[in-house]
Design a protein around this ligand. Structure first.
Ligand code: ADP
Ligand code: ADP
Ligand code: ZN
Length: 215
């Protein structure tokens, strides 16, 4: 099974992905996580990607496409994968369509999580992330049990560089220009299901489950 999560930054893709990957036994692939790791480890890819990420711009397609191809080729993806944050441009989507036959896979469903803009800003500026395992929290909506400590692994929580108000606004613009065209792209293929993301985490997951159980 191959599922794609689409939606603006802050819609709750990563949060839902944790539960979806577990319940449906899918390998979770987040291009954002992979890129942040590369930046932290100062690999050559990380050095190339960093300035774009810090400014809230997309990393060039050719870099991201390599990451995804390499990851999907690994044998653990044979059971299925959950893509979060990829594709983000029509060119990336076209590339994905070209490589999937090589690994004998096809897209089963694209889940679009939609959330109002003011709420997105609230969610992103209040987001905290575990520096060790990447788990997501929110200072109001999903606080950890102990302040700034990850419930799952005890790691320190931090605020992402690009979750500052100014960069958040830039990312929302980038989403509208470069990623929103994917909605029509996947609608045209009959693959898109929309989810109302303006609800609590459990209710959003309920909608996800209803859609995936019909597949
Ligand atoms: P994305 O991966 O789409 O950028 P995240 O899953 O990281 O979004 O969620 C952004 C922030 O909003 C996080 O702090 C997360 O804890 C919080 N969040 C996620 N889903 C909800 C929800 N349904 N209601 C309230 N807050 C949420
Ligand atoms: P969010 O879901 O909160 O927007 P991500 O963690 O998915 O954030 O992405 C963080 C940053 O990583 C993006 O702003 C962009 O710079 C880069 N990035 C992640 N995925 C892609 C992609 N598919 N194409 C281009 N850049 C990407
Ligand atoms: Zn953790």
């Amino acid at each position: 099974m191959l599922i794609i999560l689409l939606g603006p930054p802050g819609a709750g893709k990563g949060t839902q992905a944790e539960e979806i990957a577990q319940k449906y036994n899918l390998v979770y692939i987040s291009t954002g996580d992979i890129l942040r790791k590369a930046v932290k480890e100062e690999t050559s890819m990380g050095r190339n990607a960093r300035e774009y990420m810090d400014q809230g711009q997309l990393v060039p397609d050719n870099l991201v496409v390599e990451i995804v191809r390499d990851r999907l080729m690994k044998p653990d993806c044979a059971n299925g994968a959950l893509l979060d944050g990829f594709p983000r441009t029509v060119d990336q989507a076209v590339f994905l369509d070209q490589v999937l036959p090589d690994i004998g896979a096809k897209i089963d469903r694209v889940l679009l999580i939609e959330v109002e803009e003011n709420e997105l800003i609230e969610r992103l500026t209040g987001r905290r992330v575990c520096s060790n395992c990447g788990a997501n929290y929110h200072i109001k909506y999903k606080p950890p049990q102990v302040r700034n400590v990850c419930d799952q692994c005890g790691g320190d929580l931090y605020q992402r560089e690009d979750d500052s108000l100014a960069t958040v606004k830039e990312r929302l613009e980038v989403y509208k220009k470069q990623t929103e065209p994917l909605i029509k792209f996947y609608q045209g293929k009959g693959l898109l299901s929309s989810i109302d993301g303006n609800q609590n985490i459990e209710d959003v997951f309920g909608q996800v489950r209803n859609i995936l159980e019909d597949l």
